[in-house]
Design a binder for this molecule. Structure first.
Ligand code: NAP
Length: 253
């Protein structure tokens, strides 16, 4: 049995580890956006497939028994492509997606917007924004060359940024104390983020509430028309259900 995992998230790595531990042949696919990715156990391939057609060809070539879309909630293009490719090739598909932050105790105090342009409009009066919406959204904030923007990225930006901007290069998880230091030292007056969900990057939102810093948050895109499971254990059980595998021993949490 071969499972293709579309990855790029912590959950995708955890899933690969759980399936490999149970003897499943796993291929994790990464887009190649990050220069030194955290690699999961099992086989790994890197780079785009060339659209839904290329992904369908890949599923056929690898005789994939099933595909798990464990990409980031905001990776909408690959999610759309895999729905089409799985349908064309009749490959069972499920999506592994962590819950968003709409249940966070302070979620109703945040300004929810639809996209980066909406986030910029909502935070237009800020002088010292903290931008954590990712490298691909930077161009949407280019008009903010007139203020002290703090940007946090995993890799350096592809193009030069306005002179007044500062960049922090780092990868989560982030602690409450670390985020408190960043927000106070840079006198941040608004945080702009995406509804990524999970625990790795939530600390800034906890600190924001304690310090009274406003949060502007980009809502997730419309969910894809596929079954969504919230836990790694749930997806492992789903993989078992589509094949008569003898899973041995390993505990899956
Ligand atoms: P996207 O806009 O949905 O995808 C753009 C193109 O990148 C896709 O059409 C596909 O190219 C390629 N691609 C994306 N994910 C891929 C994967 N796992 N394996 C192979 N090719 C992939 O994706 P994105 O938002 O740029 O995200 C890229 C990767 O970064 C994803 O794996 C995602 O899980 C991860 N990530 C994204 C975010 C975010 O905020 N968007 C945050 C953290 C991690 P082809 O059409 O050529 O196949």
């Amino acid at each position: 049995m071969t499972i293709l995992i579309l990855g790029g998230t912590a959950e995708a790595r955890q899933l690969a580890a759980a399936l490999v531990a149970d003897g499943v042949d796993v291929i994790t696919s990464l887009a190649g956006r990050v220069s030194t990715p955290n690699l999961p156990p099992g086989r790994v391939r890197v780079g785009g497939f060339g659209g839904a057609g290329g992904l369908a060809d890949y599923l056929r070539r690898e005789h994939a028994s099933a595909v798990v879309d464990a990409t980031h909630p905001f990776a909408a293009e690959i999610t759309k492509n895999v729905v089409e490719a799985a349908s064309t090739t009749r490959t069972p598909l499920v999506r592994l997606e962590r819950p968003g932050w709409e249940e966070h105790p302070h979620a109703n105090t945040w300004t929810w917007v639809l996209d980066a342009a909406g986030a910029r409009a909502a935070a237009e009066s800020a002088c010292r924004p903290f931008l954590t919406t990712g490298r691909q959204s930077l161009r949407d904030f280019a008009a903010w060359a007139d203020r002290d923007v703090l940007v946090r990225l995993v890799d350096p930006p592809a193009t030069s940024l306005p002179q007044r901007w500062n960049v922090i290069l780092s990868r989560g998880p982030y602690s409450y104390d670390g985020e408190h230091t960043i927000l106070t030292e840079h006198a941040i007056d608004v945080i702009l983020t995406k509804d990524s969900g999970g625990t790795h990057t939530v600390a800034k939102l906890d600190v924001a509430d304690d310090l009274g810093i406003p949060v502007v948050i980009i809502a997730r895109p419309e969910p894809a028309p596929v079954p969504i499971l919230r836990t790694v254990a749930g997806v492992v059980a789903w993989c078992r259900s589509i094949d008569d595998l003898r899973f041995v021993g390993a505990s899956i949490t």
